[in-house]
Design a protein around this ligand. Structure first.
Ligand code: AMP
Ligand code: ZN
Length: 455
């Protein structure tokens, strides 16, 4: 089966040809460990886990190497350490923050049905390699020291900007008015910066300091996968500047034409139609979701949408996902898995079309091909265990359709101007832990009610 992948680098869907089929290599940018991961961060973890599983299926489990890093050097981490552990020596406080967050992340993604990658390197383990790569970049004329920093000279690379399609001129035009005076080009970015005595730092030829974010991934990917590898992934927001800068560093340090041959980017996730943000109060962590739902429900919900499309994360869609998986759990309970279905594999091989794969799973269920259904679900990372399909809060009420009944009854009461009754029903819903919101359809003027389970 040929695998086709949409490559951000060429903006085309291309046949996947690994450099070495006996050693297929993929790198995905992992979390910066300073806070609970949110449900958007779960998307790359799940999407690239499916790709990892498909690659293992296609090339053999021993022939695929998947690396997802942990960014444990970052100014956000320092700030969090100072806030949460005042009075504790900074190094110790930082370790507390990163360990706690790291452990939580491992728990979260494992509950979401993600296999552990073959390696999860941490930036702090690779400082020496970063100093080495930065020295190489300076020696090759791609980096320079200025005002206590080492900067990458974007003017030294002819096709800088190729991944994101940004030209140097655009960056000039878009640059903030006060371009840092010490930079040769406005787009030049930090490889190393000096640390104050109160900040974490490592000795280097440029004084005690710490690395910039981008250099971390260039060094960790090289250490585990080599100078050139097959697939590099992450969320859409990483294309610029992070991935652009990774490419610049790696190619200029190694004198190579590419860093990775295929660049894949997942689309963004929003919640109930809005951008997720702390100020809007719709910021959902993976841990929040897992409190109420088994991880495979969230996994299924995520994969209903093709990975390059935006996702709207809704309560209603989670309800649907739950019902579907419970149905399939019943269907496959007493069944022995056969081989995964060819059409499911075909769909996944078409740029990871999980949506089409799920359509096929529905069909298999309808046709009673439960052995194939079970094997295909297994390939996609669904065990359908009771724990993985848990729905803690109000399983029984939602199962019986009681909420929908009450919501409809309330609308009827309002139509009949029986406000005492509609208020009574509202109170009943609230008592059940359900939040309701009314909105008039602007076209028809008809009253519509949305509900969700209150946290
Ligand atoms: P960060 O820890 O912010 O670097 O993010 C870790 C990963 O999650 C990166 O691959 C991001 O692109 C991805 N990511 C962050 N926010 C979202 C979102 N709302 N939807 C989808 N992916 C996201
Ligand atoms: Zn990265």
């Amino acid at each position: 089966m040929t695998l086709r992948i949409h490559n951000t680098l060429t903006r085309k869907k291309e046949e996947f040809k690994p450099l070495d089929p006996s050693n297929v290599r993929m790198y995905v940018c992992g979390p910066t460990v300073y806070d609970f991961a949110h449900i958007g961060n779960a998307r790359p973890a799940i999407v690239f886990d499916v790709l990892y599983r498909l690659l293992r299926h296609t090339y053999g489990a021993d022939h695929v190497k998947y690396v997802r890093n942990i960014t444990d050097v970052d100014d956000k981490i320092n700030a969090r350490a100072l806030r949460d552990y005042p009075g504790t020596p900074l190094n110790e406080a930082i370790r507390k923050v990163t360990e706690k967050t790291y452990d939580q992340y491992q728990k979260d993604v494992s509950a979401l049905g993600c296999l552990p990658p073959n390696a999860q390197p941490r930036a702090t383990e690779h400082i020496e390699g970063m100093v080495e790569m930065i020295s190489t970049l300076i020696n090759r004329g791609h980096a320079y020291e200025a005002a206590g920093e080492v900067l990458f000279d974007t003017g030294s690379m002819k096709d800088y900007g190729a991944l994101s399609g940004r030209k140097m001129e655009d960056q000039l035009a878009g640059a903030r008015v006060a371009v840092d005076a010490h930079k040769k080009n406005p787009g030049d970015f930090v490889l190393w910066k000096q640390s104050e005595a109160s900040e974490p730092g490592w000795e280097s030829p440029w004084g005690r300091g710490r690395p910039g974010w981008h250099i971390e991934c260039s060094v960790m990917s090289k250490a585990h996968l080599g100078e050139v590898f097959d697939i590099h992934g992450g969320g859409l927001d990483l294309i610029f500047p992070h991935h652009e800068n990774e490419i610049a560093q790696s190619r200029c340090a190694h004198g190579s034409k590419v860093m990775a041959n295929y660049w894949m980017h997942n689309g963004f996730l929003q919640v109930e139609g809005e951008k997720m943000s702390k100020s809007l109060g719709n910021f959902i962590t993976i841990a929040d979701v897992l409190q109420n739902w088994g991880g495979e429900i969230a996994r299924f919900n995520m994969l209903k949408t093709h990975y390059r499309q935006p996702i709207d994360w809704t309560q209603a869609s989670m309800e649907d996902s739950y019902k579907t998986l419970r149905g399939w759990q019943t269907d496959t309970a007493a069944v022995t898995a056969s081989a995964p279905d060819a059409e499911v594999i075909e769909a996944l091989s078409d740029d990871l079309n999980s949506h089409a794969a799920f359509t096929r799973l529905h069909q298999l269920a309808k046709q009673g091909e439960f052995g194939k259904l079970k094997a295909s679900l297994d390939l996609l990372g669904f065990t359908l265990s009771n724990e993985a399909l848990r729905q803690t809060f109000s399983e029984s009420i939602i199962e019986t359709g009681k909420i929908d009944e009450l919501v409809t009854a309330r609308i009827e009461a309002r139509k009949a101007k029986n406000f005492a009754e509609s208020d009574r029903i509202r109170d009943e819903l609230v008592a059940m832990g359900i939040e309701i919101q009314d909105a008039k359809d602007p076209a028809t003027g008809e009253l519509k009610t949305e509900w969700k389970v209150k946290r």
